[in-house]
Write a new protein. Structure first.
Length: 301
């Protein structure tokens, strides 16, 4: 089956979200189409100093250039990365590994076979620069946020264009939202600010098919703790706002049929809360004119 295109608007400031949903971010849905399970063509991959195999991650911003170098072997393709130890130690995860698993003077080599190189590249970029591509920029005058691609993207007549918001992940059957995976990586590595950035960037993405949203929601539930109240709530709010599309989605039907995730129970609760909120709002609107009319009659009397 296929689903209709639906652009989900930003929540209005005066609207009241479902009680279990506190996300104001939005995505837009497009008609479901076949999704390639192949890896991204290497020709379209963004060159980045932190991703080049065998090259030390950008050290020009490193506060201590003489810090020891740590080698990291990433993914099923065993891509080689390198970074300064003091930069990696900003992550509680890596600091614990470096402090407990190596003896003094030993060459430090960390294996992360379940990580995707593209995601780890973004994590390293964040550790060195405080953000990852594409950059998140705030327009203070309008009090809005936007994603900014580097100017080099438009050279050689390429016309620029925004980087694809989805990536291949070996553990997922299909594409998954890159920012969702980065958020989960931030959870794993103990980088709260990276999680905040990834969540805000995800809310700025658009043109995402319903099947990818559901796959990403499943990934989010599988890689965040039950106490997560941000990324999970973001997906619940997104599906509720796009319910006209999702209720016609064959992918949604299959996802619910197979189950195996807390996502759908949480979604059921959030939908119930949403209906309750609408009922309360409707009752309040109906009662207010009657009270006003009564006050007017009383004053005339």
């Amino acid at each position: 089956m296929s689903s209709r295109r639906l652009d989900i608007p930003q929540s209005k400031s005066g609207s009241r979200p479902p009680r279990l949903v506190r996300s104001n971010s939005s995505l837009s849905l497009t008609k479901e189409a076949g999704i390639s399970k192949r890896r991204h063509d290497s020709r379209h991959r963004r060159p980045n100093a932190t991703t080049v195999t065998g090259i030390v991650a950008r050290a020009d911003s490193n506060p201590n250039p003489i810090s020891p170098i740590v080698t990291l072997v990433i993914g099923q393709e065993t891509r080689i990365f390198a970074a300064h130890e003091n930069v990696l130690s900003a992550s509680p995860f890596f600091k614990n590994v470096l402090d407990t698993q190596f003896s003094e003077g030993e060459t430090k080599r960390i294996l992360l076979p379940n990580e995707e190189p593209e995601i780890f590249s973004s994590v390293l970029e964040y550790l060195y620069k405080g953000d990852y591509h594409p950059r998140l920029v705030q327009d203070k005058r309008r009090n809005t946020w936007e994603l900014v691609e580097p100017a080099a993207a438009g050279r050689n007549g390429s016309g620029g264009g925004r980087e694809a918001p989805t990536i291949y992940h070996h553990s997922v059957d299909g594409q998954v939202l890159k920012d969702t995976v980065i958020y989960c990586a931030g959870e794993k590595y103990g980088l709260e600010e990276l999680k905040r950035i990834a969540l805000r960037k995800q809310g700025l993405q658009c043109g995402i098919v319903a099947s990818t949203i559901l796959t990403s929601a499943r990934y989010a539930y599988a890689n965040t703790p039950d106490t997560d109240s941000k990324l999970r709530a973001h997906y619940l709010a997104l599906i509720i706002r796009g319910r006209d599309t999702f209720k016609r989605s064959g992918t949604m039907q299959l996802e619910m049929f197979h189950g195996g995730s807390d996502l759908f129970f949480d979604l059921f609760v959030a939908l119930c809360n949403h209906v309750d909120d609408l009922s309360v709002a409707s009752s309040t609107q109906q009662d207010t004119p009657q009270q006003s009319s009564g006050n007017e009659n009383g004053s005339q009397a």
